[in-house]
Write a protein that binds this ligand. Structure first.
Ligand SMILES: [Zn+2]
Ligand SMILES: [Zn+2]
Length: 297
């Protein structure tokens, strides 16, 4: 990917292809959607003509990758066999729709292991993903499931890079797999992205657990709550407890150059989506800038 990939989580109201139109309108060249209602079990149907239009528009606007975020109801490590079964079926639907829409990535929160041990939860989540993807031929498609790090609420799996890495290791022989890291989740889970030294330590931890190559998407969200608070409340870029500078550092970090950066922040006023995309883009250093700064000295 030559130019940086900056995008937003967008609505599919009016048809899934509308998201590509919206992305283009707000200056994004990557985006994320839900492929069904994120708070209902009812499976969605993909309209084939809408899927075709989506592919055409993405090609026309050079909008890639496209990311699908899994429904919030899916809990693949639930202690309740009924909920887990429903979750496996729902996640299977997510994979089916992602393939039908030509999505490059499907982002998944690993789930809540309440009632089990963390280790049992981890094993169960990996087994459920294997079960949900059984029978799909995922070798020849440009598609990966991405495990997202979580904010660290009690019993939620994946709030540490270690846990994300362990799931990836377990799943690597089973499905094409990678990670999606969320800046807000990192911050409220206790990782330091804000101080320059803390940022380097955090990035070192990523290198030694998940590894850079497997990080495919960053959810670039500022946070409303304090570092370590475990409260998952997203804020617009630069207006929260993370602030602008850490995003500048991340967006210009060569170790994440292959990643897509997608904001999932509140749209309080019409146009806030475009504004946040613009903010992220404005933080990317143009190659001329550092040279000029150096020649002044
Ligand atoms: Zn996220
Ligand atoms: Zn979140």
């Amino acid at each position: 990917m030559s130019n940086p990939r900056i995008g937003f989580h967008l609505s599919t109201a009016g048809g899934v292809f509308k998201a590509a139109e919206r992305a283009h309108e707000i200056g994004a060249n990557t985006f994320q959607i839900f492929s069904s209602s994120p708070r209902m079990w009812r499976p969605a149907r993909i309209d084939a003509s809408h899927a075709r239009q989506l592919t055409e528009l993405r090609r026309k606007y050079d909008c890639t990758p496209m990311v699908i975020h899994t429904s919030y109801l899916v809990n693949l490590c639930s202690q309740s066999e009924e909920v887990r079964k429903k979750s496996v079926a729902a996640f299977r639907g997510e994979v089916e729709r992602a393939l039908a829409l030509g999505a490059e990535y499907l982002v998944l929160h690993p789930g809540s292991w309440r009632g089990l041990t963390r280790e049992e939860g981890l094993v169960l989540a990996a087994a459920s993903i294997a079960e949900a993807t059984d029978g799909f031929n995922l070798d020849d498609v440009n598609f990966r499931i991405l495990i997202e790090n979580t904010a660290g609420a009690e019993f939620s799996l994946g709030s540490s890079f270690d846990q994300v890495a362990e799931l990836i290791t377990r799943l690597r022989p089973v499905v094409p797999i990678g990670a999606c890291l969320d800046t807000c989740h990192c911050h409220v889970a206790g990782y330091d992205l804000v101080s320059p030294e803390g940022y380097e330590e955090t990035v070192d931890l990523i290198k030694n657990t998940i590894g850079f190559a497997d990080v495919r998407v960053w959810h670039t969200n500022d946070a409303k709550a304090a570092r370590g608070s475990k409260l998952d409340r997203h804020q617009q870029i630069g207006k929260g407890t993370i602030g602008l500078e850490p995003f500048r550092r991340l967006l210009n970090d060569k170790r994440f150059r292959h990643c897509a950066f997608i904001a999932e922040v509140p749209v309080d006023e019409p146009g806030d989506d475009a504004k946040n995309v613009q903010t992220l883009r404005s933080l990317i250093a143009t190659s001329a800038k550092p040279a000029r700064a150096r020649s002044k000295r």
